[in-house]
Design a protein around this ligand. Structure first.
Ligand SMILES: Cc1cc2nc3c(=O)[nH]c(=O)nc-3n(C[C@H](O)[C@H](O)[C@H](O)COP(=O)(O)OP(=O)(O)OC[C@H]3O[C@@H](n4cnc5c(N)ncnc54)[C@H](O)[C@@H]3O)c2cc1C
Length: 240
């Protein structure tokens, strides 16, 4: 982890402590970088008076952040950024894509790159019989996808068209790599909808891993508490 500016941490190692890799056929979340902190949120709100931060003012930060949240004064929380890398199934990918405000997202594109790793998600709560049946189906889809690209190219289609159109053989459980960044305010909004008992199990598990990674980074204890995302001991709350 390299600290580059006050409040900025960049982590390009996949073996970092924030890494929350999951096993084969599961989704995966890593917090790869953050900007901001409780202090940045408070300073942003105090800009109208002063950016100085004497000890007396620093001690007021927890209570001040709580007051900001209670009064819906949410823009200071837009000053922090949370940068995640994920591997998700298509359904979760779509759920995340629906969040438009304060979110920046890039996905791997099968238009430009043949997907060589044949990664797919298998529901964790299925029994062995259904897991095996789905694995067999998904592997067959990938086999047909690769064969289709080769066949279309051998017939004279250009490789780009062969790749983008052969995607239609891929299964809904296939996994995409996505690179997504939220500001803290939009992250809280995302959690309220996706770390919720009403959300689909898969995206809820992703949201939980994201929240745990943000808790573990240690930069936002009072903001997390003010938004009721952790209990008084800093432990992750149960879904909304
Ligand atoms: C349990 C659940 C079930 C769902 N089921 C369906 C479904 O069946 N079909 C479906 O299509 N989607 C469904 N969705 C997706 C949902 O409708 C939203 O698209 C998604 O949750 C993103 O929420 P959002 O628009 O609040 O977030 P963002 O796009 O990040 O927007 C954040 C906030 O900005 C404001 N905002 C954004 N855009 C506008 C705008 N154009 N005008 C005014 N205010 C705006 C709103 O206050 C909004 O809450 C479901 C979501 C959940 C959580």
């Amino acid at each position: 982890m390299v600290t580059t500016l006050t409040g900025v941490t960049e982590n390009l190692s996949h073996d970092s402590v924030e890494s929350l890799s999951m096993e084969e056929h599961k989704n995966c979340v890593e917090l790869i970088g953050t900007y901001g902190s409780d202090e940045i949120h408070a300073l942003s709100a105090w800009t109208s008076t002063s950016r100085d931060l004497p000890q007396e003012k620093r001690e007021r930060i927890p209570q001040f952040i709580k007051m900001l949240v209670e009064n819906g004064h949410d823009t200071p929380f837009e000053k922090s950024s949370l940068h995640f890398l994920m591997t998700t199934d298509i359904a979760s990918h779509i759920h995340i894509l629906r969040h438009r405000i304060g979110v920046s997202l890039n996905s791997a594109s099968a238009r430009y790159k043949e997907l060589k790793e044949d990664k797919f998600y298998v529901p964790f709560d299925w029994d062995d019989e259904d897991r095996s049946a789905y694995e067999e189906f998904a592997k067959d889809c990938f086999k047909r996808y690769h064969a289709s690209i080769d066949r279309l190219v051998s017939k004279g289609y250009d490789r780009k068209r062969a790749k983008e159109s052969s995607r239609f053989y891929l299964p809904y459980g296939m996994q995409y790599a996505i690179d997504v960044m939220f500001n803290f305010r939009s992250f809280v909004h995302f959690l309220k909808l996706r770390y919720s008992r009403d959300s689909q199990e898969e995206v809820r598990a992703i949201a939980r891993h994201m929240l745990q990674a943000v808790i573990d980074c240690g930069q936002f204890p009072h903001t997390l508490r003010a938004f009721d995302l952790v209990d008084v001991n800093g432990v992750i709350r149960e879904p909304f």
